[in-house]
Design a binder for this molecule. Structure first.
Ligand code: C2E
Ligand code: MG
Ligand code: MG
Length: 553
C-alpha cells in the first residue's frame, strides 16, 4: 500500500475492514456527537435496534441481562464525566435465542484538550466462546480447571491442598419443573453463594451441567468442612430467583493432594468416587475419599450390573416379602406391607436399603416398581379371598412419580385385577420431597383421584413434616421406627408420637407406627392411640407361603 493509499483511507473503511477480520465486535463511539458504530455481525446475533447508532446508553441495556445493567450504567456515568480512561468490564448479554452470553468489553477513551471524553474505541468479545468461561455462570470451564490444575501440579506451585467436586442435588427436577432458563438462573445464584465462601486463592469452576469444582490450597479437612457447612446453610435458606424462594442442597466429594493423588486424573477419579458415595448416602453432605469409599464404589458398580441382569432375566432374583400390619385395638392382622428382597446369586442377600437407591440412580426402579406393584396387587386379590378388605401397602419411589404413564399403568393393573384401589395403599418416603414438592403434590393428587390411599413413609425423618402435611393430599402417616427405639412414657419420642397422632386424627389421617419390637414398646406406643402397628413384635417380613401360614390360616 502506498503512502497515498494510507492517507485516503478513511476511518470508516478502516473500521469496516477491522470488524471483518475478527470474531469480536469492534466499536467506535463518537462521544462528542453521540454516534455509535459497531460490527454489523452484532445485529445477526442479538436483537439490538439499529437505533443504537444514536443512543447507545439507551439501547445497549435492552440486550443486557437486567441484573448487570446497574453496574454498567454506573461505569458509563463515570466515563462521561471524564474520570475513566479505560472501559473494562465483563457482563452478560442475552442473544437472539434467549441464551446468556458472557462478554468482555474493553474500550480506550480519547479526550479533547479540555479533558472531556471525545471518542471511545474498543472491542467486545464473547468470552464463553473460547471455552475458557462458562456462559451461564461466568466462571471458568472444565477445560480451564484441567489446564490450571495440571500447571499447579507440574510446577510444584503448591505443596498440599484439597480437591473438591460439587454437584447440586436433584437439579434435574428444577429444570423439569421450571424450564432451562430458570434453571440457569438458579445455577448463577448457587455459584454466587458458593464463591462467597471460598478464599481469594481458591476459584470455582463449572465442570458440566450442575457440577462444579475447586481446589483449595494449603488447607485442612476441618477448614473444608467449615466451608461446606456454610455453603450448605446459605443454599438451604437463601436462594431466591424471580421472587421464588428455593431450597437447594449440594453433595461434595473431596480428596487430598498429594496423598490421594498427585495428578489431575487421579484426583478427579477419587473426588468422583467420593461424591458418588455422598449422593448414595442421602445427598446434602460431603464425603472425603478413602480406600473404603473406593471399594464401596466398585461394589456399587458390580451391584448395578447384577441388578440389570436380574431385570433382563425377568426379575429372577427378586421376591416380595410381606410384613403384617396390625390393628392396634383388635390386634388382628389387617394387611401387609410388600417389601422387595434381592436374593443375588453373586452377592447373597442384599438389603433394600443398599439396592433401592441403586435402582433409583439409573431409573431401573421404574420397571422394578411396576413388577413389585403387579406382584403385590395379585397377592392382595388372592388374600382378599381369604380375608375380605385385606390391605396391601406398596412402596413407590419418587422417581416413579416422574414417570408420566405411572397413573395409567396403576389404574389399568387395578382394573384388570378387579381390586378396589381403597385397599391398596401407596407409600412414599418423606426424604426426597424438598425440591420436588409441586411434582410430588401433583403425583399425590393424581393417585388419590384414581382412588388410592397415600401414605407418607418414614415420617419424622425428613424436612419439617408438619408443614407438608398441610400441603400434601395424604391419608396415612407411617411414623419412622427411630421414634420407637427405646421409647418410654416420658420421653421426647412419646410426646412427639402422642401429638402427631392427635393432630393426624383431627385432620382425619390414619397413623401406622413402624418398628415395634417388644411388648414394652407396644404398651407405650399403644397409649398414644395409633391406628396400626407394624413391627417385628407381630412379625418380620416373610415370603408368601410363610405369611399365609402365620397370618392367614
Ligand atoms: P420402609 O418402607 O420404611 O419399610 C419398613 C422397613 O422397616 C423394612 O425394612 C422392615 O423390614 C423394617 N422393619 C419393620 N419393622 C421393624 C422392626 O420392628 N424392627 C426393625 N429393626 N426393622 C423393622 P426393609 O425391608 O429392609 O426395607 C427397607 C426400605 O427399603 C423400606 O423402608 C423401603 O423404603 C425400601 N423398600 C423396600 N421394598 C421396596 C420396594 O418395593 N420399592 C421401593 N421403592 N422401596 C422399597
Ligand atoms: Mg414403606
Ligand atoms: Mg417406613
Amino acid at each position: 500500500m502506498s503512502q497515498n493509499h494510507v492517507k485516503n483511507f478513511s476511518a470508516n473503511q478502516f473500521f469496516n475492514l477491522i470488524s471483518k477480520s475478527t470474531d469480536d465486535y469492534v466499536f467506535m463511539w463518537d462521544i462528542e456527537n453521540n454516534i455509535f458504530k459497531i460490527s454489523e455481525t452484532i445485529f445477526d446475533d442479538f436483537d439490538l435496534s439499529r437505533e443504537v447508532k444514536y443512543n447507545v446508553i439507551g439501547y445497549w441495556p435492552t440486550i443486557m441481562e437486567p441484573n448487570d445493567v446497574g453496574v454498567w450504567l454506573r461505569d458509563m456515568d463515570t466515563l462521561l464525566t471524564g474520570k475513566l480512561k479505560n472501559h473494562n468490564m465483563e457482563y452478560r448479554l442475552i442473544d437472539k435465542n434467549g441464551d446468556i452470553i458472557w462478554v468482555s468489553c474493553r474500550g480506550q477513551v480519547n479526550f479533547d484538550k479540555d479533558d472531556n471524553p471525545k471518542l471511545m474505541v474498543g472491542r467486545i468479545s464473547n468470552i464463553g466462546k473460547n471455552n475458557k468461561f462458562d456462559n451461564v455462570t461466568g466462571i471458568k470451564s472444565r477445560q480451564e480447571f484441567g489446564s490450571e490444575m495440571n500447571h499447579i501440579f507440574k510446577e510444584n506451585d503448591c505443596k498440599q491442598g484439597v480437591f473438591v467436586f460439587l454437584d447440586v442435588d436433584n437439579f434435574k427436577s428444577f429444570n423439569e419443573r421450571y424450564g432451562h432458563t430458570f434453571g440457569d438462573k438458579i445455577l448463577f445464584a448457587i455459584v454466587e453463594k458458593i464463591t462467597s465462601q471460598l478464599a481469594d486463592n481458591c476459584q470455582l469452576y463449572r465442570l458440566d451441567g450442575d457440577e462444579f469444582a475447586f481446589f483449595y490450597p494449603n488447607t485442612t479437612r476441618e477448614e473444608i468442612l467449615t466451608v461446606f457447612n456454610k455453603i450448605q446453610l446459605l443454599l438451604a435458606r437463601n436462594i431466591k430467583v424471580d421472587n421464588k424462594q428455593l431450597f437447594c442442597s449440594i453433595s461434595c466429594g473431596a480428596c487430598f493432594y498429594p496423598e490421594d493423588g498427585d495428578n489431575f486424573a487421579d484426583l478427579s477419579k477419587h473426588a468422583d468416587s467420593a461424591i458418588e458415595i455422598a449422593k448414595f448416602n442421602g445427598k446434602n453432605q460431603i464425603t472425603f475419599f478413602s480406600q473404603q469409599v473406593h471399594s464401596h464404589k466398585l461394589k456399587n458398580i458390580e451391584y448395578k450390573e447384577a441388578l440389570h441382569r436380574c431385570v433382563n432375566n425377568g426379575f429372577d432374583e427378586f421376591e416380595l416379602y410381606y410384613q403384617p400390619q396390625i390393628d392396634t385395638v383388635s390386634k388382628h392382622v389387617v394387611g401387609a406391607e410388600a417389601l422387595l428382597r434381592w436374593h443375588s446369586k453373586d452377592f447373597g442377600e442384599v438389603s433394600p436399603v443398599e439396592f433401592i437407591p441403586l435402582l433409583e440412580e439409573n431409573n431401573l426402579i421404574v420397571e422394578v416398581g411396576k413388577w413389585v406393584y403387579d406382584q403385590a396387587i395379585k397377592q392382595c386379590v388372592a388374600w382378599q379371598k381369604v380375608q375380605k378388605d385385606f390391605l396391601m401397602s406398596i412402596n413407590v419411589s419418587y422417581i416413579q412419580l416422574k414417570e408420566p404413564n405411572l397413573i395409567e399403568y396403576l389404574k389399568s393393573s387395578i382394573e384388570s385385577n378387579k381390586l378396589n384401589p381403597k385397599t391398596c395403599i401407596l407409600e412414599l418416603t418423606e426424604n426426597c420431597w424438598i425440591p420436588d414438592l409441586n411434582l410430588i403434590n401433583e403425583g399425590f393428587k393424581d393417585l388419590q383421584n384414581a382412588g388410592y390411599d397415600i401414605a407418607i413413609d418414614d415420617f419424622g425423618t425428613g424436612y419439617s413434616s408438619l408443614n407438608y402435611l398441610k400441603k400434601l393430599p395424604v391419608n396415612v402417616i407411617k411414623i419412622d421406627r427411630s421414634f420407637v427405639q427405646g421409647i418410654t412414657a416420658n420421653s421426647y419420642e412419646y410426646t412427639f408420637l402422642e401429638y402427631i397422632i392427635k393432630l393426624a386424627h383431627i385432620i382425619n389421617l390414619k397413623v401406622c407406627v413402624e418398628g415395634v419390637e417388644s411388648w414394652n414398646e407396644f404398651n407405650v406406643v399403644e397409649a398414644s392411640h395409633p391406628d396400626y402397628i407394624q413391627g417385628f413384635l407381630f412379625g418380620k417380613p416373610v415370603n408368601q407361603a410363610e405369611f399365609e401360614k402365620s397370618f392367614l390360616s
